[in-house]
Design a protein around this ligand. Structure first.
Ligand SMILES: Cc1cc2nc3c(=O)[nH]c(=O)nc-3n(C[C@H](O)[C@H](O)[C@H](O)COP(=O)(O)O)c2cc1C
Ligand code: SF4
Length: 519
Protein backbone atom coordinates (compact mmCIF):
# COMPACT_ATOMS: atom_id res chain seq x y z
CA UNK A 1 0.00 0.00 0.00
CA UNK A 2 1.35 3.44 -0.90
CA UNK A 3 2.19 5.81 1.93
CA UNK A 4 -0.12 8.84 2.04
CA UNK A 5 1.40 12.09 3.20
CA UNK A 6 -0.73 14.11 5.59
CA UNK A 7 0.23 17.72 6.27
CA UNK A 8 -0.60 19.21 9.67
CA UNK A 9 0.59 22.70 10.61
CA UNK A 10 2.68 23.21 13.69
CA UNK A 11 2.42 26.96 13.45
CA UNK A 12 1.56 28.35 16.88
CA UNK A 13 -1.91 29.45 15.75
CA UNK A 14 -2.70 25.85 14.78
CA UNK A 15 -1.05 24.48 17.93
CA UNK A 16 -3.20 26.80 20.05
CA UNK A 17 -6.33 25.16 18.68
CA UNK A 18 -5.10 21.60 19.07
CA UNK A 19 -2.97 20.69 16.03
CA UNK A 20 -0.75 18.40 18.12
CA UNK A 21 -3.78 16.52 19.46
CA UNK A 22 -5.05 16.12 15.91
CA UNK A 23 -1.65 14.80 14.80
CA UNK A 24 -1.70 12.24 17.60
CA UNK A 25 -5.25 11.20 16.71
CA UNK A 26 -4.29 10.76 13.04
CA UNK A 27 -1.28 8.60 13.94
CA UNK A 28 -3.36 6.48 16.34
CA UNK A 29 -6.26 5.98 13.91
CA UNK A 30 -3.90 5.13 11.04
CA UNK A 31 -2.23 2.50 13.26
CA UNK A 32 -5.63 1.05 14.22
CA UNK A 33 -6.66 0.79 10.58
CA UNK A 34 -3.24 -0.32 9.31
CA UNK A 35 -3.23 2.70 6.97
CA UNK A 36 0.22 3.79 5.88
CA UNK A 37 0.50 7.51 6.44
CA UNK A 38 3.44 9.86 6.90
CA UNK A 39 2.86 13.06 8.84
CA UNK A 40 4.54 16.25 7.61
CA UNK A 41 4.39 19.19 10.00
CA UNK A 42 4.18 22.48 8.11
CA UNK A 43 3.60 26.17 8.81
CA UNK A 44 0.15 27.67 8.39
CA UNK A 45 -1.51 28.77 5.14
CA UNK A 46 -2.89 31.67 7.17
CA UNK A 47 -6.61 30.82 7.17
CA UNK A 48 -6.85 30.81 10.92
CA UNK A 49 -10.57 30.16 11.16
CA UNK A 50 -9.97 26.78 9.50
CA UNK A 51 -7.13 25.72 11.83
CA UNK A 52 -6.15 23.04 12.45
CA UNK A 53 -6.42 22.64 8.69
CA UNK A 54 -5.14 19.23 7.64
CA UNK A 55 -4.12 18.49 4.06
CA UNK A 56 -4.02 15.03 2.52
CA UNK A 57 -1.93 14.25 -0.56
CA UNK A 58 -4.24 12.56 -3.07
CA UNK A 59 -4.35 11.89 -6.81
CA UNK A 60 -6.30 15.19 -7.15
CA UNK A 61 -3.58 17.12 -5.33
CA UNK A 62 -3.55 18.21 -1.71
CA UNK A 63 -7.07 18.24 -0.28
CA UNK A 64 -7.71 20.22 2.89
CA UNK A 65 -10.08 19.49 5.76
CA UNK A 66 -10.69 21.89 8.61
CA UNK A 67 -11.10 22.88 11.31
CA UNK A 68 -10.32 19.32 12.43
CA UNK A 69 -10.79 18.17 16.01
CA UNK A 70 -9.32 14.90 17.30
CA UNK A 71 -12.84 13.46 17.56
CA UNK A 72 -13.35 14.10 13.82
CA UNK A 73 -10.41 11.91 12.82
CA UNK A 74 -12.07 8.42 12.81
CA UNK A 75 -14.93 9.82 10.71
CA UNK A 76 -12.51 11.41 8.24
CA UNK A 77 -10.73 8.08 7.72
CA UNK A 78 -14.10 6.31 7.42
CA UNK A 79 -15.27 8.83 4.82
CA UNK A 80 -12.17 8.13 2.74
CA UNK A 81 -10.16 11.32 3.21
CA UNK A 82 -7.00 9.48 2.14
CA UNK A 83 -8.56 9.58 -1.34
CA UNK A 84 -9.83 13.15 -0.87
CA UNK A 85 -13.44 12.06 -0.36
CA UNK A 86 -16.21 14.42 0.61
CA UNK A 87 -16.89 15.22 4.28
CA UNK A 88 -18.51 18.14 6.05
CA UNK A 89 -15.00 19.47 6.91
CA UNK A 90 -13.69 19.17 3.34
CA UNK A 91 -12.28 22.51 2.16
CA UNK A 92 -11.00 21.22 -1.19
CA UNK A 93 -7.72 22.22 -2.79
CA UNK A 94 -6.38 25.04 -0.59
CA UNK A 95 -5.22 27.06 -3.59
CA UNK A 96 -8.80 27.06 -4.93
CA UNK A 97 -10.21 28.48 -1.69
CA UNK A 98 -11.35 32.07 -2.40
CA UNK A 99 -9.22 33.46 0.44
CA UNK A 100 -6.05 31.95 -1.03
CA UNK A 101 -7.03 32.19 -4.70
CA UNK A 102 -7.41 35.97 -4.39
CA UNK A 103 -3.87 36.41 -3.03
CA UNK A 104 -0.55 37.09 -4.70
CA UNK A 105 1.85 35.16 -2.55
CA UNK A 106 5.43 36.21 -3.18
CA UNK A 107 6.92 36.50 0.33
CA UNK A 108 4.63 33.74 1.57
CA UNK A 109 4.84 31.52 -1.53
CA UNK A 110 5.93 28.42 0.40
CA UNK A 111 4.48 29.05 3.85
CA UNK A 112 2.09 26.29 4.88
CA UNK A 113 3.13 24.13 1.96
CA UNK A 114 6.64 23.01 2.86
CA UNK A 115 8.24 21.25 5.78
CA UNK A 116 9.99 24.29 7.29
CA UNK A 117 13.14 22.32 8.07
CA UNK A 118 13.52 20.60 4.70
CA UNK A 119 16.12 22.20 2.42
CA UNK A 120 14.89 19.90 -0.37
CA UNK A 121 11.35 21.31 0.01
CA UNK A 122 12.72 24.84 0.10
CA UNK A 123 14.73 24.36 -3.07
CA UNK A 124 11.84 22.59 -4.81
CA UNK A 125 9.77 25.71 -4.12
CA UNK A 126 12.32 27.98 -5.82
CA UNK A 127 14.57 28.49 -2.81
CA UNK A 128 18.22 29.53 -3.32
CA UNK A 129 17.63 30.57 -6.93
CA UNK A 130 17.74 34.19 -5.68
CA UNK A 131 21.11 33.73 -4.02
CA UNK A 132 22.51 32.06 -7.13
CA UNK A 133 21.42 35.14 -9.14
CA UNK A 134 22.93 37.49 -6.57
CA UNK A 135 26.24 35.61 -6.71
CA UNK A 136 26.21 35.92 -10.52
CA UNK A 137 25.39 39.65 -10.35
CA UNK A 138 27.69 40.63 -7.49
CA UNK A 139 27.04 43.07 -4.64
CA UNK A 140 26.60 46.38 -6.48
CA UNK A 141 24.11 45.00 -9.03
CA UNK A 142 22.22 43.21 -6.26
CA UNK A 143 21.78 46.49 -4.37
CA UNK A 144 20.65 48.08 -7.63
CA UNK A 145 18.09 45.33 -8.23
CA UNK A 146 16.66 45.75 -4.74
CA UNK A 147 16.44 49.52 -5.31
CA UNK A 148 14.70 49.04 -8.66
CA UNK A 149 12.20 46.61 -7.16
CA UNK A 150 10.81 49.51 -5.13
CA UNK A 151 10.81 47.42 -1.94
CA UNK A 152 10.19 49.58 1.12
CA UNK A 153 10.90 48.47 4.66
CA UNK A 154 8.00 46.42 5.97
CA UNK A 155 8.82 47.18 9.64
CA UNK A 156 6.88 50.42 9.76
CA UNK A 157 8.69 53.44 8.36
CA UNK A 158 8.56 52.26 4.73
CA UNK A 159 12.11 53.41 3.98
CA UNK A 160 13.46 52.15 0.62
CA UNK A 161 15.50 49.03 1.31
CA UNK A 162 17.88 49.51 -1.63
CA UNK A 163 18.92 52.98 -0.43
CA UNK A 164 19.62 51.66 3.08
CA UNK A 165 21.72 48.84 1.61
CA UNK A 166 23.66 51.25 -0.60
CA UNK A 167 24.58 53.39 2.41
CA UNK A 168 25.97 50.34 4.19
CA UNK A 169 27.70 49.05 1.04
CA UNK A 170 29.39 52.42 0.47
CA UNK A 171 30.59 52.69 4.09
CA UNK A 172 34.19 51.58 4.69
CA UNK A 173 34.64 49.26 7.68
CA UNK A 174 36.47 46.14 8.83
CA UNK A 175 33.17 44.52 9.78
CA UNK A 176 29.55 45.11 8.75
CA UNK A 177 26.40 43.45 10.04
CA UNK A 178 22.95 42.41 8.82
CA UNK A 179 20.25 42.46 11.47
CA UNK A 180 16.81 41.02 11.06
CA UNK A 181 14.30 42.83 13.21
CA UNK A 182 11.92 40.04 14.18
CA UNK A 183 10.74 41.75 17.35
CA UNK A 184 7.17 42.01 16.00
CA UNK A 185 5.56 43.83 18.92
CA UNK A 186 2.70 45.48 17.02
CA UNK A 187 -0.82 44.49 17.94
CA UNK A 188 -2.47 42.28 15.35
CA UNK A 189 0.75 41.26 13.62
CA UNK A 190 2.05 37.75 13.20
CA UNK A 191 3.60 37.62 9.72
CA UNK A 192 7.21 37.58 10.97
CA UNK A 193 6.38 34.68 13.26
CA UNK A 194 4.70 32.80 10.41
CA UNK A 195 7.89 32.96 8.34
CA UNK A 196 10.05 31.92 11.30
CA UNK A 197 7.75 28.94 11.85
CA UNK A 198 6.77 28.15 8.29
CA UNK A 199 9.62 29.11 5.93
CA UNK A 200 12.80 29.95 7.89
CA UNK A 201 15.20 29.25 4.99
CA UNK A 202 13.60 32.13 3.13
CA UNK A 203 14.88 34.50 5.83
CA UNK A 204 18.28 32.81 5.91
CA UNK A 205 18.58 33.19 2.14
CA UNK A 206 17.41 36.83 2.23
CA UNK A 207 19.93 37.72 4.92
CA UNK A 208 22.73 35.94 3.06
CA UNK A 209 21.91 37.95 -0.07
CA UNK A 210 21.93 41.14 2.05
CA UNK A 211 25.35 40.18 3.41
CA UNK A 212 26.71 39.58 -0.09
CA UNK A 213 25.19 42.86 -1.30
CA UNK A 214 26.68 45.14 1.34
CA UNK A 215 29.82 43.19 2.28
CA UNK A 216 28.68 41.89 5.68
CA UNK A 217 29.83 38.47 6.84
CA UNK A 218 27.83 38.31 10.03
CA UNK A 219 24.14 38.59 10.83
CA UNK A 220 21.79 38.39 13.78
CA UNK A 221 18.09 37.60 13.95
CA UNK A 222 16.58 39.53 16.87
CA UNK A 223 13.44 37.72 17.99
CA UNK A 224 11.40 37.84 21.17
CA UNK A 225 10.97 35.51 24.12
CA UNK A 226 7.19 35.37 23.52
CA UNK A 227 7.88 33.35 20.38
CA UNK A 228 9.24 30.05 21.79
CA UNK A 229 7.97 27.86 18.95
CA UNK A 230 9.22 30.25 16.29
CA UNK A 231 12.61 30.50 17.98
CA UNK A 232 12.91 26.73 18.24
CA UNK A 233 12.12 26.30 14.53
CA UNK A 234 14.52 29.07 13.54
CA UNK A 235 17.31 27.66 15.72
CA UNK A 236 16.81 24.24 14.14
CA UNK A 237 16.79 25.76 10.64
CA UNK A 238 20.07 27.55 11.36
CA UNK A 239 21.65 24.23 12.38
CA UNK A 240 20.40 22.55 9.22
CA UNK A 241 21.69 25.44 7.09
CA UNK A 242 25.13 25.27 8.72
CA UNK A 243 25.26 21.48 8.27
CA UNK A 244 24.28 21.78 4.60
CA UNK A 245 26.86 24.47 3.81
CA UNK A 246 24.22 27.19 3.41
CA UNK A 247 25.83 29.28 6.13
CA UNK A 248 29.49 29.75 6.95
CA UNK A 249 32.24 29.93 4.34
CA UNK A 250 31.93 29.03 0.66
CA UNK A 251 28.12 29.10 0.47
CA UNK A 252 26.81 27.23 -2.62
CA UNK A 253 30.43 26.67 -3.67
CA UNK A 254 31.04 30.42 -4.07
CA UNK A 255 33.32 32.68 -2.05
CA UNK A 256 30.36 34.09 -0.11
CA UNK A 257 30.84 33.91 3.66
CA UNK A 258 27.95 34.54 6.02
CA UNK A 259 27.47 33.58 9.65
CA UNK A 260 24.08 33.93 11.27
CA UNK A 261 22.91 33.76 14.87
CA UNK A 262 19.57 33.98 16.63
CA UNK A 263 19.24 36.32 19.61
CA UNK A 264 16.13 36.47 21.78
CA UNK A 265 15.09 39.71 23.49
CA UNK A 266 13.03 39.86 26.66
CA UNK A 267 10.01 41.35 24.90
CA UNK A 268 9.97 45.13 25.45
CA UNK A 269 8.04 46.87 22.69
CA UNK A 270 10.67 49.59 22.37
CA UNK A 271 13.34 47.00 21.54
CA UNK A 272 11.72 46.83 18.09
CA UNK A 273 12.95 50.38 17.52
CA UNK A 274 16.17 49.83 15.64
CA UNK A 275 18.58 51.70 17.93
CA UNK A 276 17.08 50.25 21.13
CA UNK A 277 17.42 46.87 19.41
CA UNK A 278 21.11 47.55 18.81
CA UNK A 279 21.60 48.44 22.49
CA UNK A 280 19.80 45.25 23.49
CA UNK A 281 21.93 43.17 21.10
CA UNK A 282 25.03 44.71 22.64
CA UNK A 283 23.85 43.42 26.01
CA UNK A 284 22.60 46.74 27.35
CA UNK A 285 19.20 48.03 28.44
CA UNK A 286 16.98 48.78 25.43
CA UNK A 287 17.25 52.59 25.35
CA UNK A 288 16.74 54.51 22.12
CA UNK A 289 19.84 56.17 20.64
CA UNK A 290 19.69 59.63 19.10
CA UNK A 291 20.04 59.66 15.29
CA UNK A 292 22.30 60.63 13.56
CA UNK A 293 24.48 58.69 13.33
CA UNK A 294 22.30 56.28 11.37
CA UNK A 295 22.71 52.57 12.13
CA UNK A 296 23.65 52.18 8.46
CA UNK A 297 26.85 54.07 9.27
CA UNK A 298 27.33 53.42 12.98
CA UNK A 299 25.20 50.51 14.09
CA UNK A 300 26.02 47.34 16.00
CA UNK A 301 29.27 47.83 17.96
CA UNK A 302 29.68 51.08 16.02
CA UNK A 303 29.93 49.30 12.63
CA UNK A 304 27.81 49.89 9.49
CA UNK A 305 24.69 47.81 9.94
CA UNK A 306 21.63 46.94 7.89
CA UNK A 307 18.61 46.73 10.20
CA UNK A 308 15.66 45.41 8.26
CA UNK A 309 12.35 43.97 9.21
CA UNK A 310 11.96 40.22 8.70
CA UNK A 311 9.42 40.63 5.88
CA UNK A 312 11.74 43.00 4.00
CA UNK A 313 14.53 40.42 4.15
CA UNK A 314 12.27 37.45 3.40
CA UNK A 315 11.07 39.21 0.24
CA UNK A 316 14.61 39.56 -1.16
CA UNK A 317 14.90 35.97 -2.52
CA UNK A 318 11.84 36.29 -4.77
CA UNK A 319 12.97 39.72 -6.00
CA UNK A 320 16.39 38.34 -6.95
CA UNK A 321 14.91 35.19 -8.46
CA UNK A 322 12.10 36.77 -10.48
CA UNK A 323 13.73 40.13 -11.12
CA UNK A 324 13.27 43.68 -9.86
CA UNK A 325 10.74 44.55 -12.56
CA UNK A 326 8.57 41.52 -11.81
CA UNK A 327 8.22 42.73 -8.22
CA UNK A 328 7.85 46.40 -9.10
CA UNK A 329 5.00 45.57 -11.48
CA UNK A 330 2.76 44.83 -8.48
CA UNK A 331 1.30 47.66 -6.42
CA UNK A 332 0.51 51.31 -7.01
CA UNK A 333 2.28 54.68 -6.82
CA UNK A 334 5.35 54.45 -4.60
CA UNK A 335 4.00 51.35 -2.85
CA UNK A 336 5.43 48.59 -5.01
CA UNK A 337 5.10 44.84 -4.72
CA UNK A 338 2.91 42.93 -2.30
CA UNK A 339 2.13 43.36 1.38
CA UNK A 340 1.40 40.51 3.78
CA UNK A 341 -1.69 42.00 5.46
CA UNK A 342 -2.54 40.56 8.85
CA UNK A 343 -6.26 40.50 9.69
CA UNK A 344 -6.91 40.38 13.42
CA UNK A 345 -9.22 41.42 16.21
CA UNK A 346 -12.96 41.01 15.85
CA UNK A 347 -12.92 39.69 12.28
CA UNK A 348 -14.64 36.69 10.73
CA UNK A 349 -11.80 35.54 8.52
CA UNK A 350 -8.68 36.37 10.48
CA UNK A 351 -5.32 35.45 9.02
CA UNK A 352 -2.62 36.33 6.56
CA UNK A 353 -3.57 37.84 3.22
CA UNK A 354 -0.72 38.78 0.88
CA UNK A 355 -1.72 41.06 -1.96
CA UNK A 356 -0.44 43.87 -4.14
CA UNK A 357 -0.90 47.35 -2.64
CA UNK A 358 -3.98 49.19 -3.88
CA UNK A 359 -7.12 47.49 -2.56
CA UNK A 360 -9.36 49.69 -0.46
CA UNK A 361 -9.45 49.26 3.30
CA UNK A 362 -13.15 48.43 3.02
CA UNK A 363 -12.50 45.63 0.51
CA UNK A 364 -9.90 44.15 2.83
CA UNK A 365 -12.00 44.30 6.00
CA UNK A 366 -15.49 43.61 4.63
CA UNK A 367 -14.94 41.40 1.59
CA UNK A 368 -11.75 39.55 2.40
CA UNK A 369 -12.10 39.57 6.18
CA UNK A 370 -15.87 39.08 6.03
CA UNK A 371 -16.63 41.83 8.57
CA UNK A 372 -16.73 41.17 12.29
CA UNK A 373 -16.73 37.75 13.92
CA UNK A 374 -19.47 38.99 16.27
CA UNK A 375 -21.59 39.82 13.18
CA UNK A 376 -22.15 43.31 14.58
CA UNK A 377 -21.28 46.40 12.52
CA UNK A 378 -17.61 47.36 12.23
CA UNK A 379 -17.01 50.59 14.16
CA UNK A 380 -13.25 51.05 13.91
CA UNK A 381 -10.14 49.51 12.40
CA UNK A 382 -6.75 50.21 13.91
CA UNK A 383 -4.11 50.04 11.20
CA UNK A 384 -0.37 49.77 11.77
CA UNK A 385 -0.11 48.58 15.37
CA UNK A 386 -0.67 50.25 18.74
CA UNK A 387 0.64 53.59 17.44
CA UNK A 388 -1.59 53.56 14.36
CA UNK A 389 -4.77 55.55 13.80
CA UNK A 390 -8.32 54.27 14.22
CA UNK A 391 -10.25 54.48 10.97
CA UNK A 392 -14.07 54.48 10.86
CA UNK A 393 -16.07 52.83 8.03
CA UNK A 394 -16.50 56.30 6.47
CA UNK A 395 -12.80 56.02 5.53
CA UNK A 396 -13.05 52.54 4.04
CA UNK A 397 -12.39 54.06 0.63
CA UNK A 398 -8.76 54.66 1.70
CA UNK A 399 -6.42 52.78 -0.63
CA UNK A 400 -3.97 50.39 0.98
CA UNK A 401 -0.89 52.37 0.02
CA UNK A 402 1.74 54.13 2.17
CA UNK A 403 0.95 57.61 0.84
CA UNK A 404 -2.85 57.22 0.79
CA UNK A 405 -2.75 56.12 4.44
CA UNK A 406 -0.38 58.94 5.41
CA UNK A 407 -2.75 61.44 3.76
CA UNK A 408 -5.35 60.32 6.31
CA UNK A 409 -2.91 60.45 9.24
CA UNK A 410 -2.80 56.67 9.29
CA UNK A 411 -0.06 54.05 9.04
CA UNK A 412 0.45 50.88 7.02
CA UNK A 413 3.15 49.98 9.55
CA UNK A 414 3.82 46.27 9.68
CA UNK A 415 0.57 45.47 7.88
CA UNK A 416 -1.64 44.67 10.85
CA UNK A 417 -5.36 45.54 10.85
CA UNK A 418 -7.28 45.14 14.12
CA UNK A 419 -11.05 45.28 13.75
CA UNK A 420 -13.54 46.43 16.42
CA UNK A 421 -17.33 46.20 16.39
CA UNK A 422 -19.81 48.81 17.61
CA UNK A 423 -19.44 47.82 21.26
CA UNK A 424 -15.97 49.38 21.44
CA UNK A 425 -15.55 52.51 23.58
CA UNK A 426 -13.07 54.72 21.78
CA UNK A 427 -12.31 56.93 24.78
CA UNK A 428 -11.09 53.79 26.54
CA UNK A 429 -9.02 52.93 23.48
CA UNK A 430 -7.44 56.41 23.62
CA UNK A 431 -6.65 55.85 27.28
CA UNK A 432 -5.16 52.47 26.39
CA UNK A 433 -2.82 54.12 23.86
CA UNK A 434 -1.49 56.48 26.53
CA UNK A 435 -1.20 53.68 29.06
CA UNK A 436 0.63 51.50 26.53
CA UNK A 437 3.09 54.30 25.85
CA UNK A 438 3.65 54.88 29.59
CA UNK A 439 4.24 51.16 30.09
CA UNK A 440 6.59 50.72 27.15
CA UNK A 441 8.45 54.06 27.15
CA UNK A 442 12.21 53.64 27.38
CA UNK A 443 12.22 56.74 29.57
CA UNK A 444 14.83 58.70 27.70
CA UNK A 445 12.75 61.78 26.85
CA UNK A 446 10.20 63.77 28.83
CA UNK A 447 7.26 64.14 26.38
CA UNK A 448 6.97 60.36 26.12
CA UNK A 449 7.91 59.33 29.67
CA UNK A 450 5.84 61.94 31.54
CA UNK A 451 3.41 62.94 28.79
CA UNK A 452 1.94 59.47 28.43
CA UNK A 453 1.23 59.15 32.17
CA UNK A 454 -0.35 62.61 32.29
CA UNK A 455 -2.23 61.74 29.08
CA UNK A 456 -3.86 58.70 30.70
CA UNK A 457 -4.86 60.90 33.66
CA UNK A 458 -6.44 63.50 31.36
CA UNK A 459 -8.46 60.80 29.60
CA UNK A 460 -9.56 59.54 33.02
CA UNK A 461 -10.91 62.99 33.79
CA UNK A 462 -12.73 63.04 30.44
CA UNK A 463 -14.18 59.60 31.15
CA UNK A 464 -15.36 60.88 34.54
CA UNK A 465 -17.11 63.78 32.77
CA UNK A 466 -14.95 66.50 34.42
CA UNK A 467 -14.44 69.71 32.42
CA UNK A 468 -14.68 67.63 29.27
CA UNK A 469 -14.16 70.37 26.67
CA UNK A 470 -11.18 71.88 28.50
CA UNK A 471 -9.63 68.46 29.07
CA UNK A 472 -10.01 67.51 25.41
CA UNK A 473 -8.18 70.72 24.46
CA UNK A 474 -5.49 69.85 27.01
CA UNK A 475 -5.22 66.32 25.62
CA UNK A 476 -4.83 67.63 22.07
CA UNK A 477 -2.16 70.04 23.26
CA UNK A 478 -0.31 67.26 25.06
CA UNK A 479 -0.52 65.09 21.93
CA UNK A 480 1.12 67.85 19.90
CA UNK A 481 3.93 68.11 22.44
CA UNK A 482 4.46 64.34 22.27
CA UNK A 483 4.27 64.32 18.47
CA UNK A 484 6.87 67.00 17.94
CA UNK A 485 9.00 66.66 21.10
CA UNK A 486 9.63 62.91 21.32
CA UNK A 487 12.92 61.37 20.30
CA UNK A 488 11.43 58.29 18.63
CA UNK A 489 8.14 57.16 17.15
CA UNK A 490 6.92 55.48 20.35
CA UNK A 491 6.19 58.83 21.95
CA UNK A 492 5.86 60.57 18.60
CA UNK A 493 3.12 58.31 17.22
CA UNK A 494 1.06 57.63 20.35
CA UNK A 495 -0.97 60.77 19.49
CA UNK A 496 -2.26 59.09 16.31
CA UNK A 497 -4.61 56.59 17.97
CA UNK A 498 -5.59 59.23 20.55
CA UNK A 499 -6.30 62.06 18.09
CA UNK A 500 -8.00 59.79 15.54
CA UNK A 501 -10.30 58.50 18.28
CA UNK A 502 -11.22 62.08 19.28
CA UNK A 503 -11.67 63.11 15.64
CA UNK A 504 -13.72 60.21 14.34
CA UNK A 505 -15.60 59.19 17.50
CA UNK A 506 -16.22 62.46 19.41
CA UNK A 507 -19.42 61.12 20.95
CA UNK A 508 -17.39 58.70 23.08
CA UNK A 509 -15.54 61.60 24.72
CA UNK A 510 -18.61 63.60 25.60
CA UNK A 511 -20.48 61.00 27.56
CA UNK A 512 -22.85 60.50 24.63
CA UNK A 513 -22.17 56.98 23.36
CA UNK A 514 -23.96 56.01 20.21
CA UNK A 515 -26.94 53.85 21.05
CA UNK A 516 -25.87 50.24 20.57
CA UNK A 517 -28.19 48.06 18.55
CA UNK A 518 -30.18 45.52 20.52
CA UNK A 519 -28.99 41.91 20.26
C1 LIG B 1 8.62 51.87 19.17
C2 LIG B 1 9.01 51.22 17.88
C3 LIG B 1 8.86 49.85 17.71
C4 LIG B 1 9.24 49.24 16.52
N1 LIG B 1 9.05 47.88 16.40
C5 LIG B 1 9.47 47.27 15.26
C6 LIG B 1 9.34 45.87 15.12
O1 LIG B 1 8.83 45.18 16.00
N2 LIG B 1 9.79 45.30 13.96
C7 LIG B 1 10.36 46.05 12.97
O2 LIG B 1 10.79 45.49 11.96
N3 LIG B 1 10.48 47.37 13.07
C8 LIG B 1 10.05 48.00 14.19
N4 LIG B 1 10.20 49.35 14.30
C9 LIG B 1 10.86 50.08 13.17
C10 LIG B 1 12.37 49.94 13.28
O3 LIG B 1 12.86 51.00 14.09
C11 LIG B 1 13.05 50.04 11.91
O4 LIG B 1 12.55 51.15 11.22
C12 LIG B 1 12.85 48.81 11.03
O5 LIG B 1 13.21 47.63 11.70
C13 LIG B 1 13.70 48.95 9.78
O6 LIG B 1 13.47 47.87 8.91
P1 LIG B 1 12.73 48.05 7.51
O7 LIG B 1 13.43 49.20 6.83
O8 LIG B 1 12.93 46.77 6.82
O9 LIG B 1 11.31 48.37 7.84
C14 LIG B 1 9.80 50.00 15.47
C15 LIG B 1 9.95 51.38 15.63
C16 LIG B 1 9.54 51.98 16.81
C17 LIG B 1 9.69 53.45 16.95
S1 SF4 C 1 9.92 58.69 22.62
FE1 SF4 C 1 9.71 57.35 24.43
S2 SF4 C 1 10.58 55.41 23.76
FE2 SF4 C 1 11.26 56.96 22.29
S3 SF4 C 1 13.22 57.69 23.09
FE3 SF4 C 1 11.68 59.02 23.98
S4 SF4 C 1 11.20 58.04 25.94
FE4 SF4 C 1 12.25 56.51 24.73
Amino acid sequence: MAVTRIFIPRDVAALAVGADDVARAVTAQAATLGAEVALVRTGSRGMFWLEPMVEVETAQGRIAYGPVEPSDVPGLFAAGWLEGASHRLRVGRPEDHPFLAAQTRLTFARCGIVDPLSVADYKAGGGYRGLVKAIELGGAATVEAVTKSGLRGRGGAGFPTGIKWKTVRDAAADQKYIICNADEGDSGTFADRMILEGDPFCLIEGMTIAGLAVGATKGFIYSRSEYPHANATMAAALQVARAEGLLGRGILGSDVEFHLELRVGAGAYVCGEETALLESLEGKRGMVRAKPPLPALKGLFGRPTVVNNLLSLATIPVIMDQGAQFYADFGMGRSRGTMPIQLAGNILHGGLFETAFGLTLGEIVMEIGGGTASRRPVRAVQAGGPLGAYLPPSQFDTLYDYEAFAARDALIGHGGLVVFDDTVDMAHMARFAMEFCAEESCGKCTPCRIGSTRGAEVVDRILAGKDVAANITLLEDLCNTMKFGSLCALGGFTPYPVLSAIKHFPEDFHGRRLPVAAE
